[in-house]
Design a protein around this ligand. Structure first.
Ligand code: GLN
Length: 489
């Protein structure tokens, strides 16, 4: 098995046996980046020397027989919305083009403590707003399975990096599906943890009541291991929950007897691609053959999820993005007459069109006179969406659904139609509104050979069961073994 096609489990075993060093592995991934990223454009920043130096340090630690972290020697790519000390963190925005954070995000500290190798920063939709990475101010990432198509977004760079064998692991963020959707489009595993499971300290905020950081990997075990490293209480994020973190990677192989899987009748309606629907139904058959019981459930308010999300997320975004005023940090326009002029020129030049659209939508929804009609109303419906899930989880353990209505769409296909773009989030955003953990894993292929993802959702803090349920499917199927690109090392 080639290095860059290997799973994290295989890589760690080879490190342990001593037949592969972290420097060799890291170099193989860096070579894959040099070879493929001119076409895929997953990375915004790769510091080759620094990556090799980190790998060398881990190899030396191993040679000295010192205790090693759980990710010792494994490269991890980080979405460029997560702060890395001394390395650019641009959020794919002109506004932060020259921003180099003076500190690490909590998750980055956790990666360093786990002896991971930070291989680079990945492309995304500007400030994580989008579903295709076309909203990046710098470059459009391409889907490694078909370069004419989008990898999904907003964490498209991270998903594409893993799918193209340019990193075995990556971090993404998921405010309304931005880990799960690109995982589905790129045929990798991606997971959004429960709201509160992973600290957002050092994550540039988009929608603060929705944002979560989570893992990408090429199999469930990789995602479980990375989640285990990222999770846990941090007093620097007031929404971080102080509850024990199970060792997900240890319990993964334990079978789930009598698993009850819910499928929502609202999820199988017009607009759902025939091949996507077939893949989900085939996946359910696999579960049935393993003894799972499939039950129909109802999520009656899910039809409002897109509308609710596109009020709540832009409202929070408009408030979070107020800090980019050209004074504190970020882009400042060159020519201006007075302070107000400086604010508007800096923001006008620094933000791209989708970010401006969100700021306008959010400011409108929050303004006096409209607040009750839009924002408050959206919060009330959000509660009803959560109630639907609470009720459903009284009779099922997990909920299975498509991750998106279609496989990856073409670059340029939806960019001029924001509403159509927003509809690609239809299956993912409810989990963010309700704070639930969700996972997407490869579960099929279209006749064009594009990956099709299966989404599983679980009750809050039930990541353990979610991962085990995903692993049950993975053990029985071969979808996760498909690789997007022939990459030599
Ligand atoms: N596509 C959604 C949006 O544009 C979700 C983005 C995300 O999860 N960061 O807001």
């Amino acid at each position: 098995m080639s290095i860059v096609g290997a799973t994290t489990t295989e890589l760690l075993a080879r490190f342990e046996r001593g037949d592969l060093s972290s420097v060799e592995a890291t170099t193989a991934y860096l070579d894959a980046i040099a070879l493929n990223d001119q076409r895929v454009k997953a990375f915004l920043h790769v510091d080759y020397d620094h990556a090799v130096a980190q790998a060398k340090a881990v190899d030396a630690k191993r040679a000295r027989g010192e205790p090693l972290g759980k990710l010792a020697g494994l490269p991890v790519a980080v979405k460029d919305v997560v702060c890395t000390a001394g390395q650019p963190t641009t959020c794919a925005s002109r506004m932060l083009k020259n921003f180099v954070p003076p500190y690490d995000a909590h998750v980055v500290t956790r990666l360093r403590l786990a002896d991971a190798v930070l291989i680079g920063k990945t492309n995304m939709d500007e400030f994580a707003m989008g579903s295709s990475t076309e909203n990046s101010a710098f470059q459009v990432t391409r889907n490694p399975w078909d370069l004419e198509r989008t990898p999904g977004g907003s964490s498209g760079g991270s998903a594409a990096a893993v799918a193209a064998g340019m990193s075995p692991l990556a971090l993404g963020t998921d405010t309304g599906g931005s880990i799960r959707l690109p995982a589905g489009y790129c045929g990798v595993v991606g997971m959004k943890p429960t709201y509160g499971r992973v600290s957002r300290f050092g994550l540039v905020a988009y929608g603060s009541s929705l944002d979560q950081i989570g893992p990408f990997a090429n199999d469930v075990a990789g995602a479980a291991l990375l989640l285990e490293v990222l999770s846990g209480y941090d007093r620097r994020d007031s929404t971080s929950v102080d509850t024990p973190v199970p060792e997900y990677s240890r319990t993964l192989e334990e079978p789930l007897g009598g698993l009850r899987i819910g499928i929502a009748k609202e999820h199988f309606v017009e607009g759902l691609d025939r091949e996507v629907e077939q893949s989900v139904r085939d996946a359910l058959e696999v579960y049935r053959s393993l003894g799972a019981e499939i039950q129909e459930i109802s999520l009656p308010h899910s039809k409002y999820a897109v509308a609710v999300y596109y009020v709540v997320a832009p409202s929070e975004a408009s408030s979070n993005l107020a800090r980019y005023d050209g004074v504190h940090y970020g882009h400042r326009a060159a020519g201006f007459e007075n302070m107000i002029d400086m604010y508007s020129a800096s923001r006008g030049e620094g933000f791209g069109p989708e970010v401006k659209r969100r700021i306008m939508l959010g400011t409108y929804a929050l303004s006096a006179g409209y607040y009750d009609a839009y924002y408050l109303k959206a919060l009330k419906v959000r509660r009803l969406i959560r109630n639907d899930f609470d009720k459903a989880f009284e009779s099922v353990d997990v909920i299975a659904s498509p991750v998106a209505p279609t496989p990856a769409f073409k670059i340029g296909e939806l960019i001029d139609d924001p509403l159509a773009m927003y509809l690609s989030d239809i299956y993912t955003i409810s989990a963010n509104l309700a704070g639930l953990p969700g996972l997407c894993l490869p579960a099929g292929a279209s006749c064009d050979n594009l990956p099709i993802g299966l989404q599983l959702l679980a009750p809050p803090f039930d990541e353990d069961r979610l991962l085990r349920a995903a692993r049950m499917f993975e053990r029985e199927t071969q979808w996760h073994k498909r690789r997007a690109m022939e990459v030599g090392d």
